[in-house]
Design a protein around this ligand. Sequence first.
Ligand code: ARG
Length: 279
Amino acid sequence: MTTTVPCRVATRRRFLLCPPAYFAVEYAINPWMDPSRPVDADAALRQWRTLRDTLRELGHRVETLQPLPRLPDMVFAANGASVVDGRVLVARFRHPERAPEAAAHRSWFRQAGYRPTVAQLPNEGQGDFLPVGDLVLAGSGLRTSPAAHREAEAALGRRVVSLQLTDPRFYHLDTALAVLSEDQIMYYPPAFTPESDRTLRALFPRAILATDRDADVLGLNAISDGRHVLLTDAAEGLAEQLRADGFVPVGVHLPELLKGGGGPKCCVLELHPAPGGHR
Ligand code: ARG
């Protein structure tokens, strides 16, 4: 029996990134963070630049959010807002340490010509809200509150599918699940309640399932343009699984930022376009 590998097509994306100019691990709000472990700020900046340059080389547009002092997690731009079809819902961070990041995102979006609304309930942006097809997959349990899913549904104008996260190491949806194309995802089933896992299996019967080993290096924190999938170079098993499904894995090396509990996807906020795209 022969299996056909799907043909995967890239589309040009636009991403908002924030350089890790003030990156540090000064507090611990997820189990990956250990303030007693030294961070090499220069290495963090070098590794981040490689990620940015890789996105550009793949033909994507990169916008820059100005980093602010005393906000060491601001490099994780994904958490500042959700953007779906050009509609923007600015985050409300669960931890006071990150709360001021929301205002910076709000002003960036206003200046860029969007009309952002600000979430009233705990909501960590694209860390927990991932558009796919005509749905938005949403995580709760550790950061974003379940009620925030309903608030997002109204603000973003799309059906939001609620998924419950259970493991503190996978505290945002984008640490346990990545959208690969309009009809394909990869995820780590043990990070979800059995009911949420059933929901995902029903929606994506051919989903790529990650092993413990690949999930443990944050291999699911990946950026896809529909064809190329940027993920940590440590997730070798996932790279193989992606290849077998027609995708082109692109390994990136971000060990310094992993000390903050983030990988490549955490560093980018995709400016999800209105139909017609960003060309
Ligand atoms: N230190 C940050 C936090 O715990 C990391 C955020 C990672 N971002 C993400 N989209 N998963 O909030």
